[in-house]
Ligand binder design. Structure first.
Ligand SMILES: [Zn+2]
Length: 152
């Protein structure tokens, strides 16, 4: 089993139990647009693409990124196609994207992967990726939501 697949399985067993048995493919992909992304294909199920650049990142960083994508998948599975349609609307509504991304990050924190999410955000920041409001919570906001987090 690949490193990514076993990491994915561990996170699902620990915190995303409703996805046990769900078909989710995960692999490294080369991309200039995203660090991680997810999607659904009717014939083969869910997929999570992880930017090849993250193969050099510490495990916590990769775990935080995967947990974020799984939180999206949980919501999309729950709401089915209605949300897929909303997803398309997202492209024209920045406000909806912002709310969706922030809710996704809060889900990750509530399910116990907040510290890893923090590592992921900090890593991306160090790589020079600039945080925009529609990306979700900021590093600082995640920190304030964690029990052990550095308070501003
Ligand atoms: Zn997201």
């Amino acid at each position: 089993m690949s490193y990514l697949k076993s990491t994915l399985d561990t996170i699902i067993r620990k915190s995303f139990y409703e996805l046990i048995g769900e078909e989710i493919h995960i692999d490294y992909k080369e991309s200039k647009k995203y660090s991680l992304c997810h999607g659904y294909m009717p014939k083969s199920g869910w997929y999570i693409n992880v930017n090849e650049e993250l193969s050099k990142a510490p495990p916590a960083v990769v775990e935080g990124g995967i947990a974020h994508e799984l939180a999206h998948i949980v919501t999309e599975k729950q709401y089915g196609r209605a949300l897929t349609k909303l997803g398309k609307l997202e492209n024209i509504s920045r406000k909806h994207k912002t709310v969706n991304e922030r809710n996704t990050d809060v889900t990750v924190i509530l399910r116990g992967y907040g510290p890893q999410l923090q590592s992921y955000f900090e890593y991306m920041e160090k790589q020079g990726s600039r945080h925009r409001k529609q990306d979700g919570l900021s590093v600082r906001e995640v920190a304030t939501l964690l029990p052990s987090g550095k308070k501003p």
